[in-house]
Design a protein. Structure first.
Length: 200
């Protein structure tokens, strides 16, 4: 019985060679297509705050916020110095915000300008961010409150504001460059020697 089950499984296996007369369809991966630009986005710091939801209720309270900030700080402050110098802060930002240049910057968080960020300074900054996101004042931050509406028109190539439609010309080349000599209309400008000769 066991041998029969093994033979049946082998017969149904997708790796089994095709039988004569059976059609085999080979599917290639679909080409990549640009995603429709989002009108709702989340700032890096908002995504980080969302990860502090420890009880899974899709809300973040101040206790969860403080615990999450403390854990992130301690993950980078492995030497237990109590501060993150600016290079260590960029490591913190890269790990928890996704990019070392993401906001908040260390200059913004370092309130006493000692070229280092303490846990108190980081918690204080996140407390102010929490108050900004808590739009309804219920001392909880929901996923909806962590979203930002994008008002600038964008497409797959980025912001469209100020971009000229394709095919339009305004006498300038790419990126506002001046037209090349071959693109100028009219005769080329006279040489200085020619102008001096004509003045005589």
């Amino acid at each position: 019985m066991f041998v029969f089950a093994l033979l049946l499984a082998a017969a149904q296996s997708p790796t089994a060679p095709p039988q004569e007369g059976e059609t085999v369809t080979v599917r290639a991966p679909l080409p990549a297509a640009p995603q429709t630009p989002a009108t709702l986005v989340a700032e890096p710091v908002a995504m980080m705050i969302a990860t502090f939801d420890s009880n899974g209720d899709a809300m973040v309270d101040r206790a969860e916020l403080e615990e999450g900030v403390r854990r992130s700080f301690e993950a980078i402050d492995t030497a237990k110095t109590g501060t993150l110098r600016y290079l260590a802060f960029s490591d913190w930002a890269k790990r928890f915000l996704g990019d070392q240049h993401a906001l908040p910057s260390p200059y913004e968080v370092d309130r006493n300008d000692d070229d280092a960020v303490s846990l108190d300074e980081l918690e204080d900054h996140f407390s102010r961010l929490f108050a900004r996101y808590d739009r309804d004042g219920d001392h909880l931050v929901s996923r909806a409150e962590l979203l930002t509406y994008r008002t600038m028109p964008v497409d797959a190539q980025g912001p469209t504001a100020g971009r000229r439609p394709p095919g339009k010309k305004d006498g300038k080349g790419e990126k506002g460059e001046k037209p090349r000599d071959s693109e100028r209309r009219g005769p080329p400008p006279a040489d200085r020697d020619d102008l001096t000769e004509r003045a005589r």
